[in-house]
Write a protein that binds this ligand. Structure first.
Ligand SMILES: NC(=O)c1ccc[n+]([C@@H]2O[C@H](COP(=O)([O-])OP(=O)(O)OC[C@H]3O[C@@H](n4cnc5c(N)ncnc54)[C@H](OP(=O)(O)O)[C@@H]3O)[C@@H](O)[C@H]2O)c1
Length: 502
């Protein structure tokens, strides 16, 4: 069991006046406090350039909690207890003197607690500020090897070169065990359950390979557009925003070999093996197994929505992709020849994240053809959101006097299996930064391996702007080419019916 009760901790949020702190970090820290996970002695220090008093900042946190916490509005007595631990200090992170107030609070807490506290630096700022903050923390001697940890938000780099440069800068000032590269997908319950499901059950492992699995799909689709973040998205796009981190991490969890133990280093090693074994793109593969798309105007949930190029802060002739679909292969013994199809995009027909594992067809069919009422090869579906479930699709006999086969689901649904609450991903990950557990974070070499894999795609798209953008309508399932790519192999993209029935 994780426990940090007796571990005095100072949690510093750089970018505390920003959206991430308001919507995610404040509710997560408060929920950890409510559930008894926070240490007995702790201080949360928020910092940003905006001049705020401690009380102003507390009120902003409270507003975030009341609006976004899974446990609803904060009750007054608990909030007052929590607020007593919260401080704010204004400063520009570019200026070394901006850190003197932080140093003073750390100093005075250490004296008051008569103990050296753990210090977690959470960089909830734009990526351009990661290097200067990392350097200034070290310059102010707030990077003590045994006690300090630094949490880096995504995106980690813009390409392989920038990711390498950031890793190098971090490694000059911190040991790898101090660096927490966050990918909030890895904190989601259903994502953590992939490892539990694979490595805490014996029945799956014999089937989990090229002999029994025909193909795998990972689909992360969003109805949302860029939601006022057009400026950010213009410099990112679907590949950098979703594939380089979340989707490749999901793929690693599905494809990795069983680790020797559930220790961070073992898990990271096995994930790195997957990324290393992923087939590099040949010029032909770049043409035939990679699809990009950008949405034009269309209709979603009965409302007309503008195309990407009409969004605020977006170049009217933008070349940024809002959709991508890719076929990957993993060249190792377990997965040789098994295609891994991934797709992700904005303004699609539905919002959902799921993994579908399709098993091979029957070697021989013993029933008469007329016995088929509906037919689906066995499929395991891991639904991450909105439904949190794992389904095994089997063929069964429809009740009645005839032998009629149809598809039925064996469902493990969080809602019906557990009455306990589901923590938010950020609660899990923030607690892990305090307990010093890096299992659900990304190691530097993994991040670089993911960039390395995708660089040919990035380079091709940069050098050859698309000639047919926009190429899908908002509210559709993406460009026709994505359908054609998978249909060419005899499959189709899978999506879970809204009511879960087939
Ligand atoms: N928002 C999300 O849901 C989300 C999700 C995943 C990842 N992220 C990542 O989290 C990070 C923060 O995102 P965000 O959406 O919270 O951004 P944001 O709303 O733009 O907030 C940026 C923060 O940085 C502070 N800041 C900017 N320049 C500063 C300076 N020179 N010195 C000190 N503070 C400075 C701002 O405070 P002042 O203006 O007061 O200085 C503000 O608090 C980004 O890396 C983003 O990619 C965000």
């Amino acid at each position: 069991m994780k426990s940090i009760k007796s571990q005095p901790t100072i949690f510093i949020i750089y970018g505390a006046t920003g959206d991430l702190c308001w919507r995610k970090l404040a509710p997560a820290l408060f929920n950890l406090f409510l559930d008894g996970w926070m240490p007995e002695k702790f201080t949360i220090i928020g910092t940003g350039r905006t001049p705020l008093s401690d009380d102003d900042f507390r009120n902003k946190m409270l507003e975030g909690i009341n609006n976004f916490s899974r446990s609803g509005k904060a009750a007054e007595p608990q909030w007052q207890l929590f607020a007593g631990h919260v401080r704010y200090t204004a400063g520009d992170v570019n200026k070394p003197e901006g850190y003197s107030n932080i140093c003073e609070i750390v100093e005075s807490n250490s004296k008051e607690w008569n103990a050296k506290p753990y210090v977690i630096h959470y960089l909830a700022v734009a990526p351009t500020l990661f290097p200067v903050i990392a350097k200034n923390i070290a310059a102010n001697k707030l990077n003590d090897e045994g006690l300090c940890r630094i949490v880096i938000e995504k995106p980690f780099g813009h390409d392989l070169e920038s990711a390498r440069a950031l890793n190098q800068l971090l490694n000059e000032n911190y040991r790898e065990e101090q660096i927490y590269r966050i990918d909030h997908y890895l904190g989601k319950e259903t994502v953590q359950n992939i490892m539990a499901f694979r490595f805490a059950n014996s029945i799956l492992e014999p089937l989990w390979n090229r002999n029994y699995i025909q193909h795998i799909q990972i689909s992360v689709t969003e109805q949302l557009g860029v939601e006022g973040r057009g400026g950010y998205y213009e410099g990112s796009g679907a590949l950098r925003d979703m594939v380089q981190n979340h989707i490749l991490q999901l793929l690693c969890l599905i494809a990795m070999e069983p680790p020797v133990s559930f220790r961070a280093a073992e898990v990271h090693n096995r994930k790195l093996d997957v990324l290393t074994a992923m087939r590099r793109f040949s010029p032909e593969a770049l043409r035939s197994t990679v699809v990009r798309g950008q949405y034009g105007g269309g209709w979603l949930k009965g409302k007309e929505v503008p195309g990407y190029r009409e969004e605020p802060d977006v170049n009217p002739s933008s070349n940024t992709e809002t959709f991508t679909a890719i076929k990957f292969f993993i060249d190792n013994w377990r997965w040789q020849g098994v295609p891994f199809y991934i797709r992700t995009g904005k303004r699609l027909a539905e919002s959902s994240s799921l993994i579908s594992i399709q098993f091979r067809d029957l070697p021989h069919f013993v029933f008469p053809p007329e016995a088929i009422d509906s037919w689906q090869q066995n499929r395991l579906i891991i639904s991450i959101q909105p439904e949190m479930s794992i389904r095994l699709q089997l063929q069964g006999k429809r009740p009645g006097l005839d032998m009629l086969l149809n598809t039925v689901d064996m469902v493990f649904d969080y809602k019906t299996s557990y009455s306990s609450y589901t923590p938010e991903a950020y609660e899990t990950l923030l607690l892990d930064t305090m307990t010093g557990d890096q299992t659900l974070f990304m190691r530097g070499d993994q991040v670089e391996a993911a960039w390395d894999l995708l660089m040919p795609v990035i380079n091709m798209w940069t050098n050859k702007p698309s000639v047919n953008f926009p190429n899908y309508s908002a509210g559709s399932w993406g460009p026709e080419l994505a359908e054609a790519m998978i249909a060419g192999d005899g499959y189709h993209w899978f999506s879970l019916p809204v009511n879960g029935k087939h």
